[in-house]
Design a binder for this molecule. Structure first.
Ligand code: ZN
Length: 569
C-alpha cells in the first residue's frame, strides 16, 4: 500500500476523546474512528491488524477441530425468553422497536442450542465444537475506554456440545490450550484467573487477562509463581493473630468513652489495631449473623456470599443493631448479644487470644477474648480482601494488586441452555439426555487494544510481526530526488512480489522529520529508510522499531535480510 494511493489519516495531536493509551494511539495512527458513542469504524490500517488477530484465532480454532459458522446478529426474542436471559441481560440487550420479537444478540448460546436441537440426534454425533467470528451488540449504558467497551464489537465465540461431563472437560481443555496459543501468538503477556460465572450459569469458568492501567478489574498477581485472581476471590497466606498472655483468659470489661472505630480503640488502649476484632452484623435471609474481622480488615462481600451460601444479605440498620446487640455500631462484639445469632469469623482470628472487641454496651469493650475459647465461633472463613504486599497463597512471595483487561472468558455451562431449548441426544442406552455445553469467548478488539497497551513508547505503537498491519514500511525521504524515488519504488515492488506486506511513504510534500515520526507512530516492525546520502553509496538504512537499532545495508541485500530477519518478532 502506498501512502499517496491510500487512506491513512494520522493526527499528531492527542485526540481529546482518548481515554487511555491504546485508544489515543489507535486514533492518532488512524486505525479507528469513533462514529457514535461506543461505535467505531475500523479504517484500513486498523482493519489489517484486526484481520490478523481474527486469522490467528481462526487457525487455532480449526486446529482443535472447531468448525466455523456464521450466525445471524438478529435473534428471535422467544429463545432468549426460554432461557430467562431477556430478564438477565435487562437493558444491556438491544431490542428492536419496529420489529418486536427480534433482539440484537450479545452472545449466541441460545442460537447454538436452537441449531443443535435440529441437527444433533445421537451421542455418536458428539462431541462438536462450533465457533464464529462475528459482530456482537451490547447496550452499554456508558461506553468507554475506546474499543475496549463498545456497543458493537467483534467476538470469537465457540460452543462445545458433549454427551458427558468428561467430554465437556476434554472440550474445555482443548479450548483453554487454543486460547493460550492465540494470546501467545499475538504477543500478549497474559495470565489466567478463576472467575465467578455471573449471568452465564455453569460450574467452572476462567478469565484470560492482561495487566494494564486501562483495565476495569483489580487482580492480585504473584510475579514469582504466576498466581493470579480477581480481588473478589484472591487469597493470601493467612496471617493469624494471637495476643494471648496466659492459657486461660477470662473476659474483662473496660470503659472506653466515645470510642467508635478500631483506630480510636487501638490508640486509646495503646495496642496494635490487629488486637481488636471488628464486628459487623448482617441480616441474612431475615436472620442476624455476626461477622468478625481482624483489625481494620474489611469484609469482602463476594467472599461473604460464598461463606454464607446465599447472596440474600444486607448490613443491619442502626435500629436493628440496637435490637440485636443492645449497642451502637462502635461497641458491638461477640459476647452478651441480646439475640442469639450465628457467628462467622475471618480465618485470621482462628484461635486468637488476648483480643479486644465491643461489649454490646455503649462505651464499653471486652478484653482477653479467646476465639474458640470464651468466644464461640460457628465457622471460620476467608472473608477479607487481600492487600498488596501480602504473601502469595502458593509461594509466599509478595502479591501485587494490578489493573487488568479481560481478553477472554471460558465457561463450563452444563445443560442450562439445552434444557431450556430442548437440545437433546440419545445416549448408548437409548435414553434421551440434554447436551452438555461449554462456551468460549474472545473479544477481537480487546486483543488489539491490550496489545497496544503493552507495546508502545512515547513515539507510538510497536507492532510485532503477528499483528502488524504491514511488516515493513519504506520511507522515501525526498521524493523529488530521482534516486530516492526509483529506489524506493523498486524496493516496494520487490517486497510486494515476494509476498512481504509493505507500506510505502511516498508522500511528495512531507518532510523527512514528519515521515520518521509517522513511521514510529504507525509502528511497523521494520522501517527501510531511503535517503539520498546512503543511496549514493548503494546503501539503505534498516531500522528496527522496537529497539531503535539502525543497520546500513547494501540495497541488494535488503530483501534477503528482511526475509531472514526474526529480530522484529
Ligand atoms: Zn506465588
Amino acid at each position: 500500500m502506498r501512502f499517496t494511493e491510500s487512506f491513512i489519516p494520522t493526527q499528531r495531536e492527542i485526540p481529546v476523546e482518548a481515554e487511555n493509551i491504546s485508544h489515543q494511539l489507535m486514533l492518532r495512527a488512524g486505525m479507528v474512528q469513533q462514529i457514535a458513542a461506543g461505535v467505531y469504524a475500523w479504517l484500513p490500517l486498523g482493519y489489517r491488524a484486526h484481520r490478523n488477530a481474527q486469522q490467528i484465532i481462526r487457525e487455532e480454532m480449526n486446529d482443535v477441530g472447531a468448525q466455523e459458522f456464521h450466525l445471524p446478529a438478529l435473534s428471535p426474542a422467544e429463545i432468549w425468553e426460554a432461557t430467562g436471559r431477556v430478564a438477565a441481560f435487562g437493558d444491556t440487550l438491544f431490542h428492536i422497536k419496529n420489529r418486536p420479537g427480534l433482539v440484537l444478540a450479545p452472545t449466541h448460546e441460545e442460537v447454538i442450542a436452537f441449531i443443535a436441537r435440529a441437527h444433533v440426534r445421537s451421542y455418536k454425533e458428539l462431541p462438536q465444537t462450533w465457533y464464529q467470528i462475528q459482530t456482537k451488540f451490547r447496550n452499554e449504558p456508558r461506553p468507554k475506554s475506546g474499543v475496549l467497551r463498545g456497543r458493537q464489537f467483534t467476538m470469537k465465540d465457540a460452543y462445545s456440545l458433549d454427551a458427558s461431563p468428561e467430554g465437556l472437560d476434554a472440550s474445555y481443555a482443548k479450548q483453554e490450550q487454543a486460547y493460550r496459543n492465540i494470546y501467545t501468538r499475538c504477543g500478549l503477556n497474559f495470565f489466567i484467573v478463576g472467575a465467578a460465572s455471573g449471568a452465564m450459569g455453569g460450574s467452572k469458568s476462567q478469565e484470560f487477562m492482561v495487566e494494564s492501567v486501562a483495565g476495569e478489574d483489580n487482580v492480585a498477581v504473584c510475579d514469582n509463581c504466576g498466581y493470579a485472581a480477581n480481588v473478589e476471590a484472591a487469597q493470601s497466606q493467612t496471617q493469624r493473630v494471637n495476643f494471648a498472655t496466659s492459657a486461660n483468659e477470662s473476659p474483662e470489661e473496660i470503659f472506653t468513652p466515645n470510642i467508635k472505630t478500631i483506630d480510636q480503640l487501638a490508640q486509646y488502649l495503646k495496642v496494635p489495631a490487629e488486637q481488636c476484632a471488628k464486628s459487623r452484623v448482617y441480616v441474612v435471609e431475615g436472620a442476624p449473623v455476626l461477622v468478625l474481622m481482624c483489625g481494620n480488615d474489611e469484609v469482602n462481600e463476594m467472599k461473604l456470599q460464598s461463606a454464607l451460601g446465599t447472596g440474600t444479605f444486607r448490613a443491619a440498620t442502626d435500629e436493628e443493631l440496637a435490637k440485636f446487640t443492645g449497642a451502637d455500631a462502635g461497641s458491638i462484639g461477640p459476647l452478651h448479644l441480646k439475640t442469639t445469632m450465628r457467628v462467622i469469623a475471618d480465618r485470621r482470628l482462628e484461635g486468637a487470644g488476648g483480643m479486644i472487641s465491643g461489649a454490646n454496651k455503649n462505651d464499653f469493650h471486652l478484653m482477653r477474648l479467646v476465639f474458640g475459647g470464651n468466644v464461640k465461633v460457628d465457622a471460620y472463613a476467608d472473608l477479607r480482601s487481600v492487600a498488596a504486599g501480602e504473601p502469595c497463597v502458593n509461594c509466599g512471595s509478595p502479591l501485587r494488586i494490578a489493573r487488568a483487561i479481560e481478553i477472554g472468558h471460558i465457561f463450563k455451562l452444563g445443560t442450562k441452555y439445552s434444557d431450556a431449548l430442548g437440545a437433546r441426544f440419545l445416549d448408548a442406552d437409548g435414553a434421551e439426555k440434554p447436551i452438555i455445553m461449554g462456551s468460549y469467548g474472545i473479544g477481537v478488539e480487546r486483543i488489539l487494544a491490550s496489545y497496544i497497551e503493552q507495546n508502545n513508547d512515547e513515539k507510538g505503537i510497536i507492532w510485532n510481526r503477528a499483528l502488524a498491519p504491514f511488516l515493513v514500511e519504506i520511507l522515501a525521504l525526498n521524493m523529488s530526488s530521482e534516486l530516492v524515488r526509483t529506489t524506493a519504488m523498486k524496493l516496494y515492488d520487490d517486497f510486494h512480489a515476494n509476498d512481504i506486506e509493505v507500506l510505502l511513504d511516498d508522500r511528495p510534500d512531507v518532510s523527512a522529520g514528519v515521515k520518521f515520526n509517522d513511521a514510529d507512530l504507525l509502528g511497523m516492525p521494520l522501517q527501510i529508510i531511503c535517503g539520498e546520502k546512503n543511496l549514493k553509496n548503494g546503501n539503505v538504512e534498516l531500522k528496527i522499531r522496537r529497539t531503535g537499532e539502525r543497520i546500513v545495508l547494501p540495497i541488494d541485500n535488503v530483501l534477503t535480510h528482511v526475509q531472514k530477519s526474526t529480530t522484529a518478532a
